[in-house]
Design a protein around this ligand. Structure first.
Ligand code: NDP
Length: 293
């Protein structure tokens, strides 16, 4: 039987409607507009179009959007000074520094310059550390509030909204980046899954994937995950964004073949992608709540 399609596009639409109401209520109560500042150095085309997409979705909900651009030639000091200025600006609740930064810029130092309270992308070591140290759900939190990167947060939200049972399940995450794979693995661990993280040095990746009740792919290799890598009935979350020879967007999972084996699967496009933007908006609203509250 073909898998249930985990429809991130429709889910994101539902969540945007929820956000419209939450943002309106927040603005009425506090007279404050939850606002993001996007920082970019240079004109990387993907970053330019991503910033435009953020602007569209934020302004549509009545949330604030500011774009702060620096030239490709900007120095480390200039970028850090801009971040420091935004950290201190009470009208800005969330800051996102777009990557790639120009050659020679120390990305880790720029991330560390963010105020953890405004780091709505969850890239500051304090937020990453709190996620790593957070207690499993159902136990006292153990850490201060933190922000989770929007993409894995969206993956978890899909699982929750489709009532996928996570506790006690075997989860396999392929990919260990700080922005997708690692935080996704930590989120699943926190939800009491038994988690395995795979990467480019993993031996017999297919066999490890076959153990998964929940299989997440965050690799960046078109159609890497084949149908015979997937346990029948497994839930498959595909974060991959790749383009095939014809220029079509495809995931890390061979969707057409895997959907005949899996129990549930996210498509690409229309799965995890649309969720990222809505989770970022949620993080900015949450940042504003924490700062105003
Ligand atoms: P990275 O390149 O930072 O990380 C890729 C990971 O995959 C690494 O851990 C790497 O291993 C691992 N890997 C690479 N090749 C293999 C292989 N053959 N077998 C097993 N593991 C492998 O990518 P990101 O995490 O930033 O992004 C992953 C994917 O998610 C990309 O397609 C990206 O476009 C997409 N993405 C999607 C978003 C969304 O909104 N849906 C947002 C952000 C990213 P190692 O650590 O050993 O190098």
């Amino acid at each position: 039987m073909a898998a249930v399609i985990l429809d991130g596009r429709t889910l994101a639409k539902t969540m945007r409607t929820e956000l419209n109401q939450e943002v309106a209520a927040f603005k009425e109560k506090y007279g404050v507009t939850p606002t993001i500042a996007v920082v970019r150095a240079g004109e990387d085309p993907a970053s330019v179009s991503y910033a435009r997409a953020i602007e569209r979705s934020f302004t549509k909900r009545g949330m604030g959007f500011q774009l702060h651009t620096l030239p490709e030639t900007a120095s480390q000091e200039e970028i850090v000074a801009l971040v420091a200025r935004l950290n201190a600006d009470p009208e800005i609740h969330g800051i996102m520094v777009q990557e790639p930064l120009p050659k020679g810029i120390d990305e880790a130092a720029v991330k560390a310059a963010l105020s953890p309270d405004k780091d709505v992308d969850g890239v500051h070591p304090v937020n990453a550390g709190r996620l790593a140290q957070a207690a499993p759900v159902g136990r006292p939190a153990g850490v201060e509030p933190f922000f989770v990167p929007a993409t894995p947060a969206g993956g978890l939200e899909i699982l929750k909204r489709y009532d996928v049972e996570i506790s006690g399940k075997r989860a396999v995450v392929v990919g260990r980046s700080n922005i997708v794979g690692k935080p996704m693995a930590l989120l699943l661990l926190r939800e009491n899954a038994t988690v395995t993280i795979c990467h480019s040095r993993t031996k017999d990746l297919a066999a490890v994937c076959r153990e998964a009740d929940i299989l997440c792919a965050a690799v960046g290799r078109a159609k890497l995950i084949k149908a015979d890598w997937v346990k029948p009935g497994a839930v498959v979350i595909d974060f991959g964004v790749n383009f095939d020879e014809e220029g079509n967007m495809v995931g890390d999972v061979d969707f057409e073949a895997v959907k005949e084996v899996a129990g549930m699967i996210t498509p690409v496009p229309g799965g995890t992608g649309p969720m990222t933007n809505v989770m970022l908006m949620r993080n900015v609203l949450e940042a504003a709540r924490r700062q105003v509250g």
